[in-house]
Design a protein around this ligand. Structure first.
Ligand code: ZN
Length: 519
């Protein structure tokens, strides 16, 4: 299920730029800026943060990340292909590489039906404080045989060459696992202890939905009675110049909400029979009509609160001509729609990627019926995949489907391990501010920091969909040189700059300390 991966969210951003960036400039000039009060639409960028440098033993850390790449912890869609030995060996390597962590923290190996996800608990000195959680995943996407010859280095050799460390997982997402563990190892060596309890969760199946690992661990933590996490962080977009079209500057995007996932089987069971004497309507014909009716009954477009947050932060950094529209989106109210908001929706709806930010999507992905040319099939089934917006629960979606089809002969059944859309993390919260401060301490002030709505999702959706983790923030703490480098994410020549990995470690080292300042 690669589409649920955060890569899609990134592509979405690029598409937003394509649809709302360039084109809208001329259109915006035809609207009347007087409709919106721009005096409040001022920059939300944090100022006055001093940049710092954290000393790390980069050579040793690079050797460990390089070695990590050689464990083929691949997630195939066929779950029978799960390589238990690769994961077990990787766990052993982690244990040997980070002795302080494995002495000071409690490690549990969890998952259902296969236990290969890691939960580390770093007990805090003050049990009254809400805990924090850092998420990353062990699994990587496969390297298709036909793309092998496009790699400059063997994708599983962990090559260090030309100033980069190369290989599958080095950007998605072993860099984060090792960045976190290197930072913890350094902190423990200094005798540091956290006040609040800190969890590290490293899942085994993020690339195929996270049901075995992240979801199971979210259940475990919920059962242990954790009422609320003060801070949860997971991967998403890396820091990249120009990642948000319209903003050429270096940009750090912080995911604040993720869409859900549900698949419904839509079926008809009736009388089959011989094709020489067909009824007026076949099962295939009835089901085809039902799907056509459903596709015509799209969920209505609306501007999601997470999208309003996104444009509140990004808008003031963008071209002046576009600001009335973005201000209208940022300050708009959910129960009314202004002309400028409608204009925004129209532009977003023109592109299939940005359109997905506006509503629950409907995608017919499977259609099965019939086995022989002279036999009328007694059953016909289709599968439709939905990516719900917040508020569109499975019940709401099933009712929508039944109303659209309006045919009692058709049955509708939830066949997925569905995931609801998540909560929306608050960009005005202490957690967001602490994260932005950490980003600026490590990466400086010559960059834009902004929240955004993730139309895909990563494993933290299993936490953020629950009341105990409303404030989940997603970002990958690595600086890329340009947007092109992002192509390695699930693609060929996945690599990161050796020098930048030092700042990844510094970032996690610093955020552990900054967590102490949160209430
Ligand atoms: Zn990932």
């Amino acid at each position: 299920m690669k589409p649920i991966h955060s890569k899609l969210s990134l592509l979405a951003l690029v598409a937003i730029m394509a649809s709302c960036g360039g084109d809208s400039e001329k259109e915006s000039s035809t609207t009347t800026p007087a409709e919106v009060d721009l005096s409040e639409f001022t920059s939300k960028q944090m100022t006055g943060v001093e940049q710092i440098e954290i000393d790390v033993d980069l050579d040793a850390a690079i050797q460990r990340l390089s070695k990590a790449v050689t464990f083929k912890t691949i997630s195939n869609q066929d779950r029978d292909d799960f390589d238990t030995e690769a994961f077990a060996n990787y766990h052993k390597f982690l244990e040997e590489s980070y002795p302080n962590v494995h002495r000071e923290l409690k490690k549990e190996v969890l998952g259902d039906p296969r236990p290969y996800s890691l939960l580390y608990t770093w007990e805090g000195t003050d049990p009254s404080l809400e805990p924090a959680l850092f998420y990353a995943h062990q699994d990587v996407v496969p390297v298709p045989e036909e793309s092998r010859d496009q790699w400059n280095q063997d994708p599983f050799a962990g090559a260090i060459a030309d100033g980069y460390i190369w290989g599958r997982g080095v950007l998605d997402d072993k860099n984060q696992i090792h960045g976190i563990l290197e930072a913890a190892e350094m902190r423990i060596a200094e005798g540091w202890k956290p006040s609040r309890t800190i969890y590290f969760v490293f899942g085994q199946d993020e690339e195929v939905g996270g049901h075995e690992g992240a979801r199971y661990i979210a259940d475990v933590l919920e059962e242990r009675g954790i009422e609320r996490f003060a801070y949860v962080m997971d991967e998403s977009a890396p820091l990249t110049p120009g990642i948000f079209p319209g903003i050429p500057d270096n940009t750090a995007l912080i995911g604040i909400a993720q869409k859900g996932f549900i698949s419904l089987e839509i079926a008809i069971s009736g009388v089959g029979g011989h094709s020489s004497q067909p009824p007026t309507e076949s099962n295939i014909g009835i089901l085809a009509k039902a799907i056509t009716k459903l596709e015509e009954a799209q969920f209505p477009y609306k501007i999601h609160p997470a999208v309003r947050h996104q444009y509140r932060y990004m808008g003031p950094e963008m071209h002046e001509a576009q600001q009335p529209m973005y201000a209208a989106v940022a300050f708009g109210k959910d129960d009314e729609l202004t002309d400028l908001e409608q204009e925004f929706i129209n532009e977003m709806a023109e592109n299939q990627v940005t359109r997905a930010m506006l509503h629950t999507t409907i995608a017919t992905t499977m259609f099965n019926a019939g086995i022989k040319d002279n036999v009328l099939p007694p059953t016909a089934t289709a599968v439709v995949n939905f990516r719900p917006m917040p508020g569109d629960s499975p019940e709401v979606i099933i009712q929508h489907v039944k109303d659209a089809i309006d045919d009692d002969r058709i049955t509708v059944r939830d066949i997925s391990a569905s995931t609801p859309a998540t909560n929306i993390a608050n960009p005005e919260s202490d957690g967001y501010k602490m994260l932005e401060k950490t980003i600026r301490q490590i990466y400086g002030n010559d960059l834009i920091v902004a929240p955004f709505f993730v139309i895909g999702g990563s494993d933290s959706k299993h936490f953020q969909a629950r009341d105990f983790a409303p404030d989940v923030f997603t970002i990958t703490a690595i600086q890329l040189e340009n947007v092109k480098e992002f192509e390695g994410f699930h693609g060929v020549n996945e690599r990161i700059l050796v020098e930048e990995y030092a700042r990844t470690i510094g970032f996690f080292y610093q955020i552990l300390g900054n967590l102490e300042d949160m209430e």
